[in-house]
Ligand binder design. Structure first.
Ligand SMILES: [Zn+2]
Length: 274
């Protein structure tokens, strides 16, 4: 933790030299947390805003814009959010779930290795194949979904998830017709995952109580956003460190998270000793 991390994206974004695929991230600091507290909108928009802040470089692009971030396909975005989480908070994270066996219902504590999730499926670099969906023996081109698409349907998804899913199918197919057709939807979903294999991340766990397999869909954006401090906690942490060390607010906010937390622990340990 502390330095930057390079992640090789499966798809990347278009740039003058071809595709920009090597992403350099820096860890989250208090300035990012404060900015995110003041960013309106849903999780998709906030995760995009966070990535824009922490992406130091994307291939030859050294000034990454929000449009570059919005152009990332879902799998690339998941990869970056898992890596950012590991870089900022450490590589292992406990995720709470429930046993899917209705007769058991045991709460599960699943230990997730974030770096493994950021690396998964990278053994094969296959960006040449264009995404297609197949229905009734006919193949047609589809456009892969991006972080920008998620941001566009976020408000609709909060009210009507089904309408948001239909809107995303329209986005992929490029026409409004037949988006309510369940078979078309399934064909598009299959085509998307074949092209963008990391678009959905499923972690497999076994219930220690009944032995049931518990496949858990994890959302990389939600995991990292949940670990960031809200405004009240952030200002409290800054207050405690400022009172002990007399450092300016801006300097404390600029500390990488793990350093800020380490100073906080030291201050609190010292207070206990006194
Ligand atoms: Zn169980």
């Amino acid at each position: 933790m502390g330095g930057t991390a390079v992640t090789h994206l499966e798809h990347g974004v278009a740039c003058k030299q071809g595709r920009a695929r090597d992403a350099v991230l820096r860890p989250i600091d208090g300035r990012d947390e404060l900015a995110l507290c003041e960013t309106p909108g849903g999780a998709a928009g906030r995760a995009n805003a966070l990535l824009k802040r922490v992406l130091v470089r994307l291939g030859p692009i050294d000034s990454v814009s929000i449009e570059h971030v919005r152009a990332l396909v879902l799998g690339d975005r998941e990869q970056l959010l898992f890596r950012l989480n590991a870089l900022s908070f450490g590589p292992s994270m406990d995720v709470a779930a429930m046993c899917p066996n209705a007769e058991c219902g045991e709460p599960l504590d699943i230990d997730v290795d974030l770096d493994v999730l950021a690396d998964a499926a990278s053994q094969q670099d296959d960006t040449s194949a264009a995404p297609v969906a197949r229905l009734d023996g006919r193949a047609f081109a589809i456009r892969p979904l991006t972080g920008g698409d998620l941001e566009c349907v976020a408000a609709l998804a909060a009210e009507d998830p089904d309408a948001a899913a239909a809107r995303l199918v329209e986005t992929c197919v490029g026409e409004p017709a037949r988006s309510g057709d369940g078979r078309l939807r399934a064909a598009v979903a299959e085509g998307l995952v074949a092209f963008d294999r990391r678009a959905e991340t499923i972690v497999h766990a076994t219930c220690p109580n009944c032995g049931a397999q518990a496949p858990l869909l994890v959302d990389a954006g939600a995991l990292v956003l949940d670990r960031m401090a809200g405004k009240r906690r952030l200002l409290r942490e800054v207050h405690i460190i400022a009172r002990a060390y007399h450092w300016p607010e801006a300097d404390i906010l600029a500390l990488p998270l793990e350093r800020r937390r380490a100073y906080l622990d030291l201050v609190q340990d010292t207070e206990l000793e006194e």
